[in-house]
Design a protein around this ligand. Structure first.
Ligand code: 2M8
Length: 450
């Protein structure tokens, strides 16, 4: 089923031609990564299904292949736990990856499904937003309502889990317990928290990294970081993934700007989905408002004109400025005056890789001495962050700035292909190649621009 109207290639507008070709190339990437029930981010590096990747991929499919968009999310939610946790990985058969099911051992939790096998942590909640996009683009109202009715209770359980288990202070801000839960694995955001975690050699579990065998190790997190990632998982495993026990013992507990911003918008979208199927939307609206107010009150950094994470164990703000700090725009958090300050800061933070092209937002400011333009979340340009910023700018009416970011990202994809991330200084594609959520998000951006 092909619903997406690719722009005509015989149009007099060159832009339309480029967009049509780019969309076709994006679709080819998604086709290649489609397993028959779900889409892998990248066959060699990530041969399973990832939570927030899938939501972004489904937003790309929504405009082009409804059936596949729905199957993508159905497959992800098949891995949902009885307590509502939506795991960050749903494993498929085969596919070498560390940590695989044998390392997670999620069978220790009475809440984990036996099939499919999953990880035991979460990723940022962008799923209600994806479901609403699918519903909005469904070919018929009946089909749309049926999918909304199927997914709405699962989304409610997912959000209930987050607000029940991750909001220890009860003020609307939820916390993450592992760098992998942020989706920004080796961001400088986690440096201080990870430096405080000092397991002895015999506390670090045995493991073998696969990622550095299939990708350039210079573009991946370090072994020191992986030791801590593995150590944290082993501690959660020891708690049988009981959220109450983990909350009490985890040495890593952060209230992250990006995670909470996505939750605000997802809660609003869940309210809309709920009303669509005749359920009560108000509890989700209230949660969205509480989380938005808490982001604005607690995570705003007036000195830098952007939002910063808060480390609950250290009891202080996280001392790192990252591209994800602009995410509250996406969720409509600041008032117009504060949004103006954020946009001013964003204008300094974003870069023009090609002097005659658009702009993009790097994961870390290129002015930071610690910038590493190739190492994963420590500098490179990530499509998800740029999609979020672009939507945020549009939301506040900064249409010229939004267009610049949208153009900057699509130009990189057109020039380099659909890479996992891009060098903020040269634009070179890096990490995994023919990457699915890059393709999904570019499709979504092209469609939104129509
Ligand atoms: C990266 O994370 C995984 C662990 O979840 C890894 O490095 O092995 C991150 O970029 C994350 O945001 C993304 O969802 C995942 C799959 O693309 O890869």
């Amino acid at each position: 089923m092909t619903n997406m109207a690719l722009r005509p290639t015989d149009s007099s507008s060159r832009v339309s031609t480029v967009d049509g070709e780019l969309a076709a190339r994006a679709i080819a990437v998604l086709e290649r990564n489609w397993l028959g029930h779900a889409t892998v981010p990248s066959p060699a590096l990530y041969p399973h299904q990832w939570s927030w990747d899938s939501a972004c991929i489904a937003m790309g499919y929504a405009r082009w292949n409804q059936e596949r968009a729905q199957r993508e999310l159905r497959s992800l939610f098949a891995g949902q736990w009885r307590n509502g946790l939506l795991p960050h990985i749903v494993f498929s058969d085969g596919g070498r990856y560390f940590p695989g099911p044998e390392f997670w051992q999620t069978g220790r939790s009475p809440d984990a499904p036996t099939a499919p096998e999953t990880s035991g942590i979460v990723q940022p909640p962008v799923h209600a937003t994806a479901v609403l996009e699918i519903v909005r683009h469904a070919p018929g109202r009946e089909d749309a309502l049926a999918f909304a009715a199927e997914l709405q209770p699962k989304l409610v359980a997912w959000h209930d889990y987050l607000y029940r288990e991750r909001d220890r202070l009860g003020d609307g801000l939820v916390e993450i317990w592992h760098p992998w839960e942020s989706g920004m694995d080796n961001s400088p955001l986690w440096d201080a928290a990870l430096a405080r975690i000092t397991p002895s050699a015999d506390e670090i579990p045995d493991y073998e990294r696969i990622d550095v065998q299939v990708a350039d190790p210079l573009e991946r997190p370090t072994n020191l970081e992986y030791d801590r990632y593995a150590f944290l998982v082993s501690r959660f495993r020891d708690c049988d993934y009981d959220p109450g026990r983990i909350r009490g013992m985890t040495p890593f507990a952060i209230r992250d700007v990006l995670f909470n911003s996505l939750l605000v918008q997802s809660s609003r979208d869940l309210a809309e989905l709920s009303r669509l199927v005749g359920a009560d939307g108000e509890p989700h609206e209230k949660r969205a408002a509480a989380t938005a107010a808490a982001i604005d009150a607690q995570l705003w950094d007036p000195e830098h004109g952007m939002y910063v994470d808060r480390d609950l164990r250290a009891g202080e703000p996280v001392d790192a400025l990252v591209g994800a700090g602009f995410a509250p725009l996406y969720a409509g958090v600041p008032d117009a005056e504060r949004a103006r300050l954020v946009v001013e800061r964003l204008n300094e933070f974003s870069v023009r890789v090609d002097p005659s092209g658009g702009k993009v937002v790097p994961s870390v400011s290129v002015d930071e001495p610690s910038l590493d333009p190739v190492r994963y979340w420590r500098g490179p340009v990530w499509p998800i962050v740029n999609w979020i910023v672009c939507r945020g700018l549009r939301r506040y009416g900064y249409l010229v700035e939004a267009e610049e970011i949208c153009t900057g990202l699509t130009e990189l994809a057109a020039r380099e292909g659909f890479w996992e991330h891009y060098n903020p200084l040269t634009g070179r594609g890096q990490g995994g190649e023919r990457f699915a959520w890059t393709a999904g998000l570019v499709l979504a951006l092209l469609a939104d621009a129509e």
